[in-house]
Design a protein around this ligand. Structure first.
Ligand SMILES: C[S@@+](CC[C@H](N)C(=O)[O-])C[C@H]1O[C@@H](n2cnc3c(N)ncnc32)[C@H](O)[C@@H]1O
Length: 405
């Protein structure tokens, strides 16, 4: 059996893991039946493999670049009972991983520790994306995390002043105090994978009339910090813009090939030097869209198949409802359920019926033609397999390892 290396973005390999390949095979079979005759096709009885769980819309930072800024501080949050029942229901129906993220800041939900423990008690893999402001709460549960679980801090800076301008934190916080907090957590439990998340901001990006602070020349400093404070990896990704009218994500606001070329050259130079500094001590991860930006193939990530297959395997549960795509959280036409939509089997069945409708009716080729899609490759992999007519039993199985989608 093939082994899944820790390639964060190899989603099709993740779906071929022994514990989830049944879901993939049934999904492909259903799609084929549907394309032959929709009457006999039966929607597979599996819930998502992975959920993005947005605990709260509250955030104690005010990052000018935040793609989710319109969703924040609305007073909405998920209550503990809904969260526990939803996790329980999903886990009994195929869920393998939970990513605590946002929307808001997961570590300021009043039941954060309880939710982490509950998820781990249910045998789920767990990831936490945080701004690092409440690492004391992560420390309190660090001992329950296991090999494969991760903590990713959105730092986006190498230097203190840039950190401050890029996040505008509430309260007395510094980049250094957060870095020290991560090192302490790593001492409590070295098995936790710790990530230094870095949204690359180049000159001239204006969001809501505010010019973002460029950090493109601090990428190597971030790697130095990561090494010094025992991070496992630095994850570089380009700054996405959310388009005003459609609420969709994009790179670059207005086409300007010369400017784009200059920016790409600058990022490439700094990435090369950052990678040299990492020298095997910390891993450097490039996001899917960074890779394609550097290869000048962003346009390819905008060409989607008609069907978005990923929505069957990964969804977002947020205080404002369940959404079929992380890039469309909070967008009304991407909502497939309310916040209680996974709370108990009857609710799950109802939500899954809406998901079936979404898979059948949402045209990703049209709807996501402007979106730099993270799931582009896996969607095409599934689409091509469906079209190939090859027996689903021929899909090679990969051993279980990483269920984050
Ligand atoms: C909105 S934050 C919410 C979770 C948590 N508060 C945090 O700070 O990680 C979730 C992720 O979105 C990313 N993000 C926010 N704005 C972005 C942008 N304009 N481009 C790329 N990623 C962005 C952040 O870096 C973070 O990893």
């Amino acid at each position: 059996m093939e082994r899944l290396e820790r390639k964060e973005h190899d989603f099709s390999a993740k779906l071929r893991q022994a514990s989830v390949i049944g879901s993939l095979r049934e999904y492909i079979t259903w799609q084929r039946e549907l394309r032959r005759s929709s009457d006999s096709a039966r929607f597979p009885k599996y819930g998502p493999v992975s959920v993005n769980l947005d605990l709260t819309t509250a955030c104690n930072f005010s990052c000018p670049h935040c793609v989710d800024s319109r969703l924040l501080n609305t007073g909405d949050y998920l209550d503990l009972e809904t969260i526990k029942k939803s996790i329980d229901t999903l886990q009994k129906n195929g869920l393998r991983s939970v990513i605590l993220i946002g929307g808001g800041e997961p570590t300021i939900h009043k039941n954060f520790e309880n939710i982490v423990r509950f998820s781990k008690d249910r045998g789920l893999q767990l990831g936490v994306a945080t701004n690092g402001s409440r690492l004391d709460r992560v420390s309190a549960v660090a001992e329950v995390l296991q090999e494969g679980d991760w903590l990713r801090i959105s730092l986006d800076a190498g230097r203190e002043s840039t950190f401050f301008k890029s996040h505008r934190p509430r309260g007395r916080l510094s980049l250094e105090s957060i870095l020290g907090g991560v090192r302490d957590i790593k001492k409590i439990n070295p098995k936790i994978q710790t990530g230094y998340s870095y949204v690359i901001v180049w000159g001239g990006i204006v969001v809501n009339g505010y010019e973002l602070t460029p950090n493109v020349d601090e990428m190597d400093q971030a790697v130095k910090n990561a090494r010094e404070y025992s991070f496992d990896y630095v994850s570089f990704k380009p700054c996405l813009l959310r388009l005003e009218v459609s609420q969709k994500e994009s790179l670059f606001d207005t086409p300007d090939p010369e400017r784009e070329e200059r920016i790409i050259a600058e990022i490439r130079k700094n990435l090369t030097s950052a990678e040299a500094l990492a020298s095997g001590e910390v891993k450097i991860l490039r996001s899917v869209n960074l890779e394609s930006m550097l290869d000048q193939k962003v346009h390819e990530l905008k060409i989607q198949p008609d069907v978005c297959h990923s929505q069957f395997f990964r969804t977002v549960l947020a205080p404002t409802g369940i959404f079929h795509c992380p890039a469309l959280r909070g967008v009304e036409h991407a909502r497939i359920g309310d916040a209680a939509g996974y709370k108990g089997k009857a609710n799950l069945d109802f939500t899954q019926a809406r998901l079936e409708h979404s898979i059948r009716s949402f045209n990703a080729r049209l709807e996501c033609s402007m979106v730099v899609c993270f799931y582009h490759h896996v969607n095409w992999w599934i689409e091509n397999f469906i079209a190939s007519g090859r027996p689903v039993d021929e899909i090679p199985v990969v051993s279980d390892n990483n269920f984050f989608l």
